[in-house]
Design a protein around this ligand. Structure first.
Ligand SMILES: Nc1nc2c(ncn2[C@@H]2O[C@H](COP(=O)(O)OP(=O)(O)O)[C@@H](O)[C@H]2O)c(=O)[nH]1
Ligand SMILES: Nc1ncnc2c1ncn2[C@@H]1O[C@H](COP(=O)(O)OP(=O)(O)O)[C@@H](O)[C@H]1O
Length: 225
């Protein structure tokens, strides 16, 4: 027991594959702390500092921010979560980032969302977000209760500048070139678990079942059920 009960996971997949949507469900069902690299970066952009401006110029063009910058940010956030089980969403996105994470923590499971690019292109044109909270909506899939407004705060929703079709194409290319090698990295460590499909609601029960088996403490719950 003790340290053994902490569970450390990564969720990965192309932009728009549903990482944020699935992460929220995992956080709710299993109590893991959810840390999103995109939300972390967007919060820094809001501070309008020099670092924020640099991040904004990368993100708006659909480019990854430098490895050392994002690795430092995420690893310092994780330092505050030593005793907690966590789920990293959007990090690591390069092999260099995976190695930086690996030098500090062993990752127990990597959940890989495998969704066809054509499905992703369609989804991202109708993604709407509440920037302060990171809550995500979709006109077809999970529309807000009132059009254009966040369900919880009533504040306006926006479309991300980097969700335009041209920038999405660039992000998908970068994903193939820079992030797919990360899958190989984790496959060779034996922790990669891939879930394929075009609908989050069909993929989700498989992820739920997988985590129910994997997360320490849940075995007992399953045994009693
Ligand atoms: N049509 C449809 N949209 C989905 C589905 N799952 C997620 N979405 C939407 O697709 C967009 C991308 O999902 P998100 O969780 O933000 O993906 P991320 O970029 O990987 O974090 C959002 O607008 C979601 O609401 C699905 O099964 N069908
Ligand atoms: N781990 C990372 N390394 C480098 N850049 C990142 C990382 N995570 C996020 N970013 C930057 O933030 C942008 C938005 O990321 P995110 O919100 O995770 O969106 P998505 O998964 O939809 O691409 C990325 O396109 C990239 O510019």
């Amino acid at each position: 027991m003790g340290l053994q009960t902490v569970f450390r996971a990564v969720i990965t997949g192309a932009p728009g594959s549903g990482k944020g949507t699935v992460s929220r469900r995992i956080a709710q069902s299993f109590g893991l702390k959810h840390l999103s690299s995109g939300d972390t970066l967007r919060a820094i952009i809001e501070t309008k500092t020099d670092l924020g401006l640099l991040m904004k110029s990368c993100i708006d063009q659909g480019q990854l921010v430098p490895d050392d910058v994002i690795s430092r940010l995420i690893l310092s956030s994780l330092r505050g979560l030593e005793q907690s089980s966590w789920l990293l969403d959007g990090f690591p996105r390069t092999v260099a980032q995976a190695e930086a994470l690996d030098s500090v923590y062993d990752v127990d499971s990597v959940i890989n969302l495998d969704v066809p690019f054509q499905t992703i292109r369609e989804r991202l044109t109708s993604r709407w977000v509440h920037l302060p909270s990171g809550r995500v909506y979709n006109i077809d899939f999970n529309p807000p209760k009132k059009p254009g407004l966040d369900d919880v705060t009533g504040e306006p929703l926006v479309q991300r500048d980097d969700d335009s079709p041209e920038i999405v194409s660039r992000r998908l290319k970068d994903y193939e070139r820079q992030t797919q090698p990360v899958l190989e990295y984790y496959r060779s460590k034996g922790v990669l678990e891939t879930f394929s499909g075009t609908e989050t609601n069909k993929i989700w029960p498989h992820i739920h079942a997988f985590l129910t088996r994997k997360i320490p403490g849940n075995q007992q719950a399953v045994g009693k059920a």
